[in-house]
Design a protein around this ligand. Structure first.
Ligand code: HEC
Length: 321
């Protein structure tokens, strides 16, 4: 036998300490290096428990492999109990070990007063540009000129829709052969407008309401094409793709989401998505896409109009200067 052989008891103790050290400190340090995140990714407590249990099971199998191994393992413990390392040492061990164990259990069970841990911030503002604070959704309150132009389009039956829905409307028109294109949109405001058109006395108020109905229709269509997979038909964050994300798509019907922010903030969030979020919004990266790459300002505002409407929420009003 080699002269430097460590006693089996001490190699068991050393193995447990080394494995605990790896799980507790080395893995988080390495993860930080790999991900280059500003914080280490710690191994969850339950996983530490599983690793340590497996280590103990393996060591138990090793120690009980033969009587000889077992004898060697018990050697130092027996020697200590017999007082062969001096009686004072035995006394220290017999007092200190129960004290440490007792203290640990006390520490686990005693109720604690703690500062709340820093949770993810859903509405970070550190990089939110001030100029977005007060902007309003232009489709909420259509301008007089837009309404006037719309009335002309209604009279001529030449209404321009967004290209994403135009094709479907054209197909419908070929099949249904209606008197007026707007008949494809059932609903009070449009009905009223068509009645006024027939009577040749279109009012601005009715035209405005009908225009709002069309904007909502287009917004909903764009929502269904772009946002529904994650945020869901019911806008409750339960689309078919939603379960795939650790950080779930937002439920817009929940109080405390889009209701608590100003429209300009919603616009900025939809524009820049997950990549536009500052570090307070970590851990867990947001899967929300950067919509400025795929949708125009107009399309994004229409979606936001529909989003609030579907969720039956109103945005927070910006504070006046
Ligand atoms: C790939 C899935 C996905 C798609 C598609 C998606 N989102 Fe999201 N969205 C998320 C996730 C995940 C969050 C939550 C994390 C966060 O706040 O960024 C989120 C958050 C949001 C928020 C923040 C709400 C709040 O209160 O902070 C808004 C607004 C939003 N989405 C709007 C939209 C709109 C509008 C569309 C379509 C143009 C869309 N999303 C499409 C995944 C998605």
């Amino acid at each position: 036998m080699s002269k430097f052989k460590i006693n089996r008891f001490w190699s068991v103790v050393a193995t447990i300490l080394v494995i605990y050290g790896i799980v507790k400190w080395i893995i988080p340090a390495v993860s930080r290096n790999i991900t280059s995140l500003p914080f280490p990714l710690t191994v969850p407590g339950t996983l530490v428990f599983i690793y340590m249990t497996l280590t103990c099971v393996a060591l138990f199998a090793l120690v009980t492999f033969s009587d000889e191994f077992l004898e060697e393992f018990w050697g130092p413990i027996r020697k200590m109990l017999r007082g062969e390392y001096t009686k004072a040492f035995r006394l220290v061990v017999l007092v200190v070990v129960p004290l440490i164990v007792g203290w640990q259990i006390y520490d686990i069970t005693v109720p604690k007063v703690q500062l709340p841990s820093s949770l993810r911030i859903q509405h970070p503002s550190s990089n939110f540009p001030k100029k977005f604070e007060a902007i309003k959704n232009p489709f909420n309150e259509p301008s007089k000129e837009r309404v006037a132009a719309f009335i002309e389009q209604v009279k001529e039956d030449e209404i321009k829709f967004i290209p994403q829905v135009q094709k479907d409307i054209d197909t419908w028109k070929e099949e249904a052969d209606p008197d007026h294109t707007l008949q494809f949109l059932p609903g009070e405001p449009v009905k009223k407008l068509l009645a006024e058109l027939k009577a040749e006395k279109i009012t601005e108020a009715t035209a405005k309401q009908a225009l709002h109905q069309i904007d909502l229709f287009e917004g909903r269509a764009l929502y269904a094409m772009n946002c529904r997979p994650c945020h869901g038909d019911s806008v409750a964050g339960d689309g078919p793709m939603a379960d795939g994300f650790k950080l779930r798509p937002i439920n817009f019907t929940d109080n405390g989401t889009i209701e608590t922010i100003v429209e300009g903030y919603t616009f900025w969030r939809v524009m820049n998505g997950g990549p536009g979020l500052p570090t307070e919004a970590t851990p867990w990266d947001s899967a929300m896409p950067e919509w400025k790459k795929n949708l125009t300002d107009e399309e994004r505002w229409k979606i936001i109009l529909a989003e609030y409407d579907l969720a039956e929420k109103t945005p927070r009003i910006p504070e006046s200067e």
